[in-house]
Design a binder for this molecule. Sequence first.
Ligand SMILES: *Cc1c(COP(=O)(O)O)cnc(C)c1O
Length: 383
Amino acid sequence: MTAEQLHTPCYVIDRDRLEENLKVLRGVMDRTGCRILLAQKAFSCYAVYPLISQYLCGATASGLFEARLCHEEMPGRENHVFSPAFREEDFQEILSICDHIVFNSIRQLELFGFRAKEAGLQVGLRINPQISTQPAEHAIYDPCAPGSRLGVSLAEFRDGIARNPALLNLLDGLHFHTLCEQNSDDLETTLNGFEKQFREWLPQMKWVNFGGGHHITRADYDIPRLERCIERMSQGYGLTVYLEPGEAIALNAGYLHTQVLEVQHHAGAMDIAILDTSAACHMPDVIEMPYRPPLRDSGQPGEKAYTYRLGGPTCLSGDIIGKYSFDAPLKEGQTLIFEDMAIYSMVKNNTFNGMPLPAIYLKQGSDYTLLKSFTYADFKSRL
Ligand SMILES: *Cc1c(COP(=O)(O)O)cnc(C)c1O
């Protein structure tokens, strides 16, 4: 199928771009001996799990369902799981399919850690090094923000193992996840603090997991500094280093194709184009993060001759994707292509207002294959 034949709105996964990212990540693994996992919460399009498995060591899950997806679609690869709190009813199945489990609190470790160990899993604990490296307006993405529910502080760790020394013997590894779309200078800052705080326990661990949020495949990312961080842990303490990026794996490796439904002119206001895709339904991070997604062949407002506010077809006044300018006026039926739409899109979309879910296509070279399409039944079946 060609680009002109795609039914909009639709997501397109760019296999070649994905593979370029995977090669960059594989390079880090090959040079340092670290192990990189796919964080499935960012991108769970399992049609490309066989490709991802050729390059990476496995995946990490936020709970039972993602763990099952890895178990079924990346057979034989490492299957890690972390959750702020596990449920008793899920636990047996998690033990039967995962090989690494990371607990979020001393209480969870006490409650579930012994059974995980007996079942042969490697057991980890999530640490909160309490080092914020994100801008204050990013607080919802900062697990080190005051009052965070994510991870165990040094004081809590000391107190927990003093009360119950057997807990320390359960631990094969420590985990921290504090970054979001950041470079390796922020990783280094975090690692400095983590190492200072937890140095005395590192020699008895097998691994340390640096979490996600490393924008490794972004053009300006400082990979040598990342590799020095990894080697500090592997050479200094004999630890295996895990990284579990989500974004970096499918960064700039997907698009959202949409069509202009109507162009509106309002006296004294910017022109508006209503699209057949919705920010609220199909790219919720645009509103939640918030951010302005890149749009092919467009400019900043006022940069090119014709500027529009692009909005979705739902009832929500704030269903606005952003302001973009174009060389020529937009026309009904014209296709627009939002870039960087593989991550946190398909995994987060919804059918608010009865909006149809976008189809999913795979692009290889200039050929497009339909992976999934959705109908009224998908909307109805969830209600
Ligand atoms: C979100 C998350 C990741 C992946 O983060 P990205 O920003 O997509 O790289 C990895 N590990 C944990 C624990 C997370 O919560």
